[in-house]
Write a protein that binds this ligand. Sequence first.
Ligand code: HEC
Ligand code: HEC
Length: 270
Amino acid sequence: MHTFILHNSKRSCFLPACLLTALGCVSGILAQAQSANAATDLTNQPPTYVRDILPIIMGKCSRCHNEQARFVYNWLDYRTAFEDRGEIKRRVWDSWKGIYFKESMPIANSPESLALTDEERLTIRNWVAGGALRGVAPPPGAPKSKAEKLELGRRLFTSICSACHQPTGRGLPNVFPPLAGSDYLNADKNRAIKTVINGRQGEIIVNGKKFNNSMPKFPFSDGDIANVLTFVYSSFGNAGLEVNPEEVKVLRAEPMDKVTGPPPPKNPYE
Ligand code: HEC
Ligand code: HEC
């Protein structure tokens, strides 16, 4: 079981440390040198799939490139991504919206992959150039308090969910449903948990608007799902519910269509 601790922080530059040293700032030189070393190590470390690439893929590629997909490759699988790494680099780096492929993807309706940032593209290029390593998942750091849970959940939301549901949680009309003030989300916690465990396809009505799209199933741990949903429930004017890893674990064992908890409200379109 992996826990994805997501590193959003920009790679720190060690220039200030060097400058200080050059200025003869004697006190604290040791500390500065140590932090310079740490920064150098970080900079020289090639990105790894589990730590750096998978979060990008989950947010920006996985709606189409996922386990359920029939006709496109599943980039959520390391081996598949590794085998096709040259092609991935060519599309996102060498010919991004360029002549090799006129668009980032041959499908117009792909707002999330078009939102790929230059930093993410560079990370993908460096990953391929560095040997496309798999890496290992960071050890699961069980959050100690609700505040910590919210912080871990916020990071996961920012790096993954927000690519589709948007940083405001409001979604995109006709494409991605809102999480902000979502009747679907707030009516039934267990159903929301199952949505994140299993992904979701087909027609859905959220706040009276129809969506018919697909949310992939992500390789999240029970703790990741608990954190991110606790964050979502505590944000965007939602119900403020807390989700625990134990609840997620129980629901993993149940089939998707078995609705538990209170029934969803009747919607006027049915
Ligand atoms: C909206 C759906 C969609 C999204 C999102 C999407 N793709 Fe694709 N992708 C496709 C389809 C469909 C194909 C197959 C058609 C083709 O090869 O042109 C494809 C093909 C590819 C191929 C070519 C594979 C091969 O060897 O033929 C690569 C590489 C690729 N995608 C990478 C990515 C990456 C990286 C992302 C995320 C930044 C991404 N795609 C996001 C739909 C999508
Ligand atoms: C690749 C795009 C994508 C990503 C990333 C994504 N979702 Fe979704 N999500 C969707 C789509 C599309 C639907 C609607 C699926 C349908 O039409 O059946 C959806 C539906 C939902 C729903 C139920 C409907 C609602 O609006 O309340 C919840 C809850 C949800 N997502 C939570 C999350 C959370 C939490 C994350 C991050 C862990 C996340 N999603 C990441 C695309 C995405």
